[in-house]
Write a protein that binds this ligand. Structure first.
Ligand code: GGG
Length: 354
């Protein structure tokens, strides 16, 4: 009997709809080939266009609309010339927090056939996963502004780190490290941030003995960024706060061939709410509408969605096809090639059939 799954699709702005179209084509093809599951997609045209028509980026009840779905597939949000970043990004952050999608999983793996921006690094040297704490930290909407527009203006933005939040994301990282090369690195900045990151350090120290098979360490985030560039092969699982994780994963994406390839999850591990899957990249207004965006990050995000939906064979099928297409030389302009977005999608589809 086939498993029926309902997927909410939020293509968003800029190149979001272009790359999501290709991810949907690939998902539909895998569904046809696999036959053990059926995906029902419902698309929500939210974002800048919705704002132009209704004065809001998303409808007021958008969380209630999304809640019954099995998963959410997101493209990209934002168009700074048309709307302040804070407005377009807010629904994305609200989804992550309201649905307790506390584990943002962002793998960085250099595929065969791709060049690394670092001299002498090859596939195998770049293979790590950043686990970004996704529900609190620096992204909590906690602050305010005083004396606006005056020379004495003040802005306060307070990060919030809870023991529960830090402990559960570190546990998630340790569990993942157990299935990989058994090494965990935690990003900290406890030399300068004497409250929040000291809590992170203490929780790591308390948890480490519970995972004796995993080697753990902490690095100040500034040094960690430098070490990503110097010695990427030394990293396996990296756990970071919300903001640090956001910053580290743009670099991780570039080390693994480019942001056009970097997938991401926003996972609620307990499955009480739908999880969300999205490319790491943003809406890239500079290339929107030109049909040249790389759809691989969206396609790999769709594969991560299938993994979460407990369809590992279908997910692996997509990943193999992507790997094969890239090894055969399929490349969009960001990778130095000439393929359009849909030609890249077709190259992956062709490899699915093999
Ligand atoms: N692919 C989703 C997207 O558009 N992300 C843009 C962005 O700025 N994200 C910030 C974040 O992930 O916190």
């Amino acid at each position: 009997m086939s498993k029926n799954l309902r997927i909410a699709v939020y293509p968003g702005d800029g190149i979001g709809p272009e790359v999501i179209d290709e991810a949907l084509r690939v998902l539909k093809r895998v569904e046809e080939l696999d036959r053990s599951f059926a995906l029902e997609f419902t698309s929500f045209p939210w974002g800048v266009e919705h704002w132009k028509r209704h004065g809001k980026v998303v409808p007021d009840d958008f969380l209630d609309v999304l809640r019954p779905f099995d998963a959410i597939l997101l493209g990209a949000v934002g168009w700074p010339e048309l709307l302040p970043d804070g407005q377009t990004l807010a629904p994305l952050v609200k989804i992550r927090q309201a649905f307790d999608q506390y584990a943002c999983v962002r793998p960085a793996r250099l595929f065969p056939g791709l060049k690394c921006v670092l001299a002498d690094k090859k596939p195998g040297d770049i293979d790590f996963v950043v686990i970004r704490e996704n529900s609190e930290g620096e992204y909590v909407d906690n602050g305010g502004r005083l004396k606006r527009g005056t020379p004495d203006e003040v802005a306060v933005q307070t990060a919030l780190h809870t023991r529960k939040g830090v402990e559960r994301i570190l546990r998630y990282g340790f569990e993942l490290a157990r299935t990989r090369r058994k090494k965990l690195t935690m990003a900290t900045k406890s030399n300068a941030q004497r409250y929040g990151y000291v809590l992170w350090d203490e929780v790591l120290e308390e948890l480490a003995p519970k995972f004796p098979d995993v080697t753990s360490e902490r690095q100040h985030c500034d040094a960690l960024i430098m070490n990503f560039v110097r010695w990427p092969e030394r990293f396996d699982v990296v756990v970071a706060s919300n903001l640090f994780g956001d910053l580290l994963t743009d670099l991780g994406g570039v080390l693994a061939g480019g942001l056009g390839l970097a997938p991401s999850t926003n996972t609620n591990p307990e499955r009480r709410f739908p999880s969300m899957f999205e490319p790491v990249h943003g809406s890239a207004p500079d290339i929107a509408g030109r049909g040249i965006a790389n759809p691989i990050a969206a396609i790999l995000s769709a594969a991560m969605m299938l993994d979460h939906l407990q369809l590992p064979a279908a997910a692996a099928h997509i990943r193999r096809a992507v790997e094969r297409a890239l090894a055969d030389g399929a490349k969009t302009p960001d990778l130095g090639g000439k393929l359009s977005t849909s030609e890249m999608g077709s190259a992956v589809m062709a490899c699915l059939a093999d």
